[in-house]
Design a protein around this ligand. Structure first.
Ligand code: NAD
Ligand code: APR
Length: 234
């Protein structure tokens, strides 16, 4: 059993933390999975059936993510690094946490800024650039988005679980906690940790978490001020 580290904070974020940066969530009323059938654009079946449709879906998302700016919630989370060891475990594939200044970010569903050979698995940075059909990795394999699709295995799960178990404070923000196994990470948090979840809507708030029912830019900055004050007063 890892001992609790009062100086360690884990942030677990989902699409909702980037909503106020103008990036759509998935299951809200204007969410991506209301506009697209996820099995067509975010699954190995979709890639096999029409790779050019999947490529175009992620090229558009990559361009929009590159044009978006970090919001006050991303910036407040980065601010925590002044006084805490902060690990951001995110389901998001944008790089807004990094661009706000967070230095330890674990992407469990992949990253838009990277591509990989569909057969070689060779990963390469593409930044904001579109991936073209016919574009190949160094071993000649067609490049695909380096995103975890439905049915594929999540990245960095065990490493993330260990971070949760050790954290003295856990903030869950902007996720419906409806996709597994990523959502199961919240259960790795210690019963003794200070646990907060921020979202305007939640079907089932995780047990043991204080639910701040509101938007990320409204709820996260004051929470960060409180946590920074607590640690300076201790
Ligand atoms: P899963 O069961 O984890 O995800 C399926 C989930 O998608 C369902 O539980 C439900 O929450 C949601 N879902 C079902 N129908 C939907 C619909 N019509 N529109 C939107 N959402 C819908 O998926 P799986 O097939 O069991 O695969 C699990 C793996 O896939 C996990 O590793 C997970 O991290 C990964 N994954 C990736 C993405 C992605 O878009 N990159 C999305 C979900 C899951
Ligand atoms: N501030 C905070 N939370 C918000 C905001 C906001 N401004 N707007 C929406 N939310 C909340 C919603 O209430 C919801 O609880 O963010 C959550 C978004 O949930 P989803 O759309 O399901 O997104 P997410 O939880 O990240 O999805 C998980 O599903 O399709 C896959 O791979 C995809 O990583 C994604 C995974």
């Amino acid at each position: 059993m890892a001992s609790l580290n009062p100086c360690k904070i884990v942030i677990f974020s989902g699409a909702g933390v980037s909503a106020e940066s103008g990036l759509p969530t998935f299951r809200d009323s204007a969410g991506l999975w209301r506009q697209y059938a996820w099995v067509e654009v975010a699954s190995p079946e979709g890639w096999r059936k029409h790779p050019e449709v999947v490529q175009a879906f992620y090229n558009e998302r990559r361009q929009k993510a590159a044009e978006a700016q970090p919001n006050a919630a991303h910036r407040a989370i980065a601010e925590l690094e002044k006084s805490f060891d902060v690990v951001v475990v995110t389901q998001n594939v944008d790089d807004l946490h990094e661009r706000a200044g967070s230095t330890q970010v674990v992407h469990v569903h992949g990253e838009l800024a990277f591509a990989r050979g569909e057969h070689s698995g060779l990963r390469q940075h593409v930044g904001a650039e579109p991936i073209q059909m016919g574009q190949r990795c160094a071993r000649g394999s067609q490049l695909r988005p380096d995103i975890v699709w439905f049915g594929e295995s999540v990245q960095h799960l065990e490493e993330s679980r260990a971070h949760f178990a050790e954290a003295g404070r856990v903030l869950v923000v902007g996720t419906s906690l409806s996709v597994f196994p990523a959502a199961s990470l919240v259960h790795a948090a210690s019963a003794e940790a200070d646990k907060v979840v921020v979202a305007p809507e939640l079907d089932s708030p995780p047990q043991g978490f204080d639910w701040l029912r509101g938007k990320a830019t409204e709820c996260v900055p004051p929470l960060v001020v409180r946590w920074l004050h607590e640690v300076r007063a201790s």
